[in-house]
Structures are given as structure tokens and as C-alpha cells.
Design a binder for this molecule. Structure first.
Ligand code: PLP
Length: 411
């Protein structure tokens, strides 16, 4: 059969076992354990001879349906769902390293990811080399024989920088290092990770995938581009070659750390995926319109969005993400006080720290999500005192620009 289109796969998925009632929406299996006909049958399940769900922390039918849909949409070889985006990132990195190993990471990352690398994993002996991920020489010289991953985000915010992923893949693969991409802001709609040559993609499904801010979750997809046989951390599963990463992730890291996705959430996410491309298209279109609107307003000092030709990343983003640029933009007002006045006058756009929601959300990063960093570091990360981050939703765009206008008029 001809390969199905993205939206058809997002709706139909790849359901391994038909529901007994032929329910069109695959049901929520909320319970903990699954019973077996015989002691032999449960032995076969535990020895993986016969695939079966035994206990919902390990695998669960509703979660599996979501994982299979993500595998299809990313064209990967398999996926594992987690309780949050942070759990997905932590588990991916722990799966790849042993003591003495290091990773090379972008110096523009989600705040909690920076803290994970700088504090939590650092304390366990994992060395992270932070580099300007848009500088190929910096990546090249940071990689050594103990580097196990190059890790970055497809569009970093609030910096709004876009790395050249194909170039990073080239550099990393020459040194046999895996490329791990946080594609939360781009989703499988904008980034075709498999085609561009990335190895592992992680998502905070809390964002776009959730279908509108319905709950916290994350997912890891192995894109099947990497042969893991040389990885010391995956040595026990060496014989599985390309499946070694997923096998240890599933059977050891995910199972033992216990940060599993709730079936209720997996149901919401499978539903969210059905409309993912519609929502992403509308949000991207709205964001471009809002960006142009802000650019033309005198009270706004600067607008940073890869969709505007003023962004140095415009041409690269255009090519890499199929002429769409995501739903997050940042802009600059005079100072912190002006930002606060502006935020406080908004009536439709909500003051909140999330993105990829159906609802437009706004935040002042320096005083909130980036407050644990010193001011100089914030500047480097694009979170200066006068910067506001806006995640544009799928409302009618004239209502959003109207809300922005009335608030700007009052500052
Ligand atoms: C939100 C976010 C995360 C963390 O995800 P949670 O689901 O909140 O744990 C990681 N990376 C990026 C780019 C994010 O936006």
C-alpha cells in the first residue's frame, strides 16, 4: 500500500489490537495490572517471548497507541512515552552515558534543561560542554572520544535561534556521536527529523501535542538513523544494533525510574495528534501576522521571530521547517516596568508559562522562567529585562492584535 499521509496517520495511527467494541477512539485502560490465562502465559510475557501488557508502569495499551502514533509521525523505529518532557530528556541522556562520558549541548536551552545539565547530572559526574550550537567549529572542538550526544532545541527560546541541523548531523556522525533533538517547538509537522538525519527526537507533549494544554507529558522517538553498537552504556543490548537504544530505554531506564505517562493523558495526546497539523498551521500563520503587526508598532523596540526576514535565521528556518516558523516570538519593550504594565493590560492573552497552547500565552522570562540565572547569563540566553515572550494560539488573529494594541496604547 502507498505510504499514508501525515494527517491520515495522525488520525488512524497504528493500533496493534482492535478494541473489543470497535470503539473508534481507542479507550483508556486506566487500571494497573493485566491477568493471564496461565502461569506459563505470564512467564512468556515476562520473558518477552509473547508481547503482552503486564503492569501499567512498564507498558499500557492506551499509552502504546500514543507511542505508535508518534513513531509513525516521526517515521521512527519506536517511541517511549514519559510523565513529562523533562523525564523524557533526563531518561534519554541517562540512556546514552556512563561515568566519564560527556555531552555537548547548546547554550540556549529550556531553563530546566540547563539546570538538569548544570546541577542534577553534573553532580552525578556527567560533564556537559555548552556551546553556541550555531557555530560548527565550536561543536567540532567540544566533541572528544567520550562525547555521547550533541543535544539542542530546534528553535531555542527566548533567543529564537535556529541551528543548522543537517550540518550538526554531519559533524556529529563523523565522530560517531548521536544527535538528540528537542523538537517541542517544531513538532513532527515542522521538523522531519528522520529525513534530516537526526537520531533521537524528544518532545514535551505538554505543548503542541497535548491538543491545547491538557496535561504534562513527554515522548522519546528513536529515528532509526544510528547504529548504537559502539555505545558503552548500551553494551548489554549491543546485539540489537539499531534497537539497542530503545530496548534499554524501555526495559531499564523507563521501567526503573518510573516516570511513566498516565493512560488518561495518552488518550488526550492521541486525540491531540489528530488535529496537530491543523493547529500548528493556524498557530504559525497567526504568529507571523502578530510578528508583522508588532514590527510595525513604534512602541516595540524589536521583534525576534524566525519568520521575519530581519531574523538571521530566516532563510535556514524557511528551508529546514518547510516555510513555517513556529508559534513563539519575543519582542522588546523599554524595560521591565513597561513589560509588566503591558502584560497587566492584556485582556485576551493570558499571563502564563506554557507554549504551543490553543490559548495565546505571554510571559516576562527574566522575572520568571529565567530568574535563576544571573542577568549577564540571561542576556546571552535572550532573556533581557525588556524581553517579552508570546506563544500565539489559534484564536482569531484580529482579536489578538486588538488586545496587543489596546495594551500598548496604555503603557
Ligand atoms: C516545556 C519544555 C520542556 C519540558 O517539558 P515538560 O513537559 O514541562 O517537562 C522541554 N523542552 C522544551 C523546549 C520545552 O518547551
Amino acid at each position: 500500500m502507498k505510504k499514508l499521509g501525515f494527517d491520515t496517520m495522525a488520525i488512524h495511527g497504528d493500533v496493534p489490537k482492535k478494541d473489543v467494541h470497535n470503539a473508534i477512539k481507542y479507550p483508556i485502560y486506566a487500571g494497573t495490572a493485566f491477568s493471564f490465562e496461565s502461569a506459563e502465559a505470564i512467564e512468556n510475557a515476562f520473558s518477552y517471548k509473547v508481547p503482552a501488557h503486564t503492569y501499567s508502569r512498564v507498558t499500557n495499551p492506551t499509552v502504546e497507541v500514543f507511542e505508535r502514533k508518534m513513531t509513525l509521525l516521526e517515521q521512527g523505529s519506536g517511541a517511549v512515552a514519559f510523565a513529562s518532557g523533562m523525564a523524557a530528556i533526563t531518561s534519554t541522556l541517562l540512556n546514552l552515558v556512563k561515568q566519564g562520558d560527556n555531552i555537548v549541548a547548546s547554550n540556549a536551552l529550556f531553563g530546566n534543561t540547563v539546570s538538569l545539565l548544570k546541577n542534577t547530572l553534573k553532580n552525578l559526574g556527567l560533564d556537559t560542554r555548552f556551546v553556541d550550537i550555531c557555530d560548527p567549529d565550536a561543536i567540532e572542538s567540544a566533541i572528544d572520544e567520550n562525547t555521547r550526544a550533541v543535544f539542542f532545541e530546534t528553535i531555542a527560546n527566548p533567543k529564537m535561534s535556529v541551528p543548522d541541523i543537517a550540518k550538526i548531523v554531519d559533524i556529529s556522525h563523523k565522530r560517531k556521536v548521536a544527535v538528540v533533538v528537542d523538537s517541542t517547538l517544531t513538532t513532527p509537522c515542522l521538523l522531519k527529523g528522520k529525513e534530516i538525519g537526526a537520531d533521537v527526537v524528544v518532545h514535551s507533549s505538554t505543548k503542541f501535542i497535548s491538543g491545547g494544554g491538557t496535561g504534562i507529558g513527554g515522548v522519546v522517538v528513536d529515528l532509526g538513523n544510528f547504529d548504537w553498537s559502539d555505545y558503552a552504556s548500551l553494551e548489554k543490548h549491543k546485539d540489537l544494533g539499531q534497537l539497542a537504544f530503545l530496548t534499554r530505554l524501555r526495559k531499564e531506564i523507563h521501567r526503573n525510574m518510573g516516570a511513566c505517562m498516565a493512560p488518561q493523558l495518552a488518550y488526550m495526546y492521541s486525540l491531540g495528534l489528530e488535529t496537530l497539523s491543523l493547529r500548528v498551521e493556524k498557530a504559525c500563520e497567526n504568529t507571523l501576522n502578530v510578528a508583522r503587526y508588532l514590527r510595525d508598532n513604534k512602541k516595540v523596540e524589536d521583534v525576534n521571530y524566525p519568520g521575519l526576514s530581519s531574523s538571521v535565521f530566516h532563510e535556514l528556518a524557511k528551508k529546514q521547517f518547510g516555510n513555517r516558523f513556529g508559534s513563539v516570538l519575543v519582542f522588546k519593550l523599554a524595560d521591565k516596568e513597561t513589560c509588566f504594565r503591558f502584560l497587566n493590560h492584556l485582556k485576551i492573552i493570558k499571563r502564563a508559562t506554557n507554549l504551543g497552547d490553543n490559548t495565546s500565552l505571554i510571559i516576562h522570562p527574566a522575572s520568571t522562567i529565567f530568574r535563576e540565572f544571573v542577568p549577564e547569563k540571561r542576556e546571552i540566553m535572550g532573556a533581557g529585562e525588556g524581553v517579552v515572550r508570546l506563544s500565539v494560539g489559534i484564536e482569531n488573529v484580529e482579536d489578538l492584535t486588538g488586545d496587543i494594541q489596546q495594551a500598548l496604547d496604555k503603557i
